[in-house]
Design a binder for this molecule. Structure first.
Ligand code: NAP
Length: 282
């Protein structure tokens, strides 16, 4: 097995090191074709969410492919409008149906503090986590984790959890690395996944990046994704464009040297400010 193609989670499950992101990939032919294209060029990991409304298309593409189900890793996320033990089990069962599968490889609590549960987010997360744990023990979930969690959200979860989260999916791109969360996750052996890894496409004309891409004979997208892998982050580049889907996976045949890694880390952030999960309004 090419070691670079996988990370290993704390429960020893192998997780393919790049996922196709699908936020805003419209349910129907757009999302199904994107996933099909990705599987055809080598991706084995698809990132979706209940809130994206496209789990059905992801499931259809996986089912239609000739790749065995156990070679494909599917991640979904618990919607912000769902919390509680029974409600969470029902929502996961619905995802299983839409995804047309008997098990989900990884499920994440999408956000720690949704507006609907602002008054009792700790208890709400604890109850949903208990449902995750039971379905994990039943084999319906191969791994369980969180997204957009800061250390204080994880600490709160750990007060009642019997199984620690294996993943935290957060926003990371060159120029935007929330180091406190990243260091905390490393210490706890929680794999960090990078969403919006390409800065939502806004970094493509950065002069430092275009110069370095030329030096390595790669595109800016490939340079950035390689940077993520070398930093130990699992990137989730989203695209519905066949040529970009292919391009974004061709990142296993070069290495960025340390000086250049540092230059990439220091580019200007593509975002206006940090993510503040306790203040989101959805
Ligand atoms: N957990 C969370 O709260 C959360 C939040 C946001 C995102 N996510 C996940 O992370 C994934 C990625 O994040 P994202 O969609 O925000 O941003 P992203 O992957 O950084 O950027 C996607 C944008 O870049 C464009 N693009 C893709 N590859 C490119 C390339 N090689 N060259 C130039 N442009 C390129 C895409 O356009 P086209 O599609 O038109 O090609 C799209 O507009 C999401 O799809 C989702 O799965 C999770």
């Amino acid at each position: 097995m090419n070691q670079e193609l996988y990370f290993t989670l704390s429960n020893k499950v192998s997780i393919p090191s790049i996922a196709l992101g699908t936020w805003l990939s419209e349910n129907g032919p757009v999302a199904t074709n994107a996933v099909t294209d990705a599987l055809n060029v080598g991706y084995r990991h698809i990132d979706t969410a209940m809130m994206y409304g496209n789990e059905e298309s992801v499931g259809t593409a996986v089912k239609q492919s000739s790749i065995p189900r156990n070679e494909i890793f599917i991640t979904t996320k618990l919607s912000n409008i769902v919390r509680g033990y029974k409600e969470t089990i029902e929502a996961i069962n619905k995802s299983l149906k839409l995804l047309q599968t008997d098990y989900i490889d990884l499920i994440l609590i999408h956000w720690p503090n949704p507006i609907m549960f602002r008054d009792n987010w700790k208890e709400a997360n604890a109850e949903s986590w208990r449902a995750f744990e039971d379905m994990y023990k039943e084999g319906k979930l191969r791994a369980i984790g969180v997204s957009n969690f800061e250390p204080h959200h994880i600490e709160a979860l750990l007060e009642t959890a019997t199984i620690a989260p294996m993943v935290n999916q957060i926003r990371i791109s060159p120029g935007d690395e929330p180091s406190e969360i990243i260091e905390y996750c490393k210490e706890k052996n929680i794999l960090v996944e990078a969403y919006s890894p390409l800065g939502k496409g806004k970094l493509m004309n950065d002069k430092v990046l275009t110069d370095l891409a030329e030096k390595y004979g790669k595109t800016v997208g490939q340079l950035i994704l390689r940077w993520h892998l070398q930093k130990g982050y699992l990137p989730l580049p989203k695209s519905v464009t066949p040529s970009r889907i292919k391009e974004n996976y061709e990142v296993f045949d070069f290495v960025i040297d340390q000086n250049d890694m540092d230059l990439i880390s220091k580019v200007e952030s593509p975002f206006d400010g940090p993510i503040i999960p306790d203040e989101i309004t959805f």
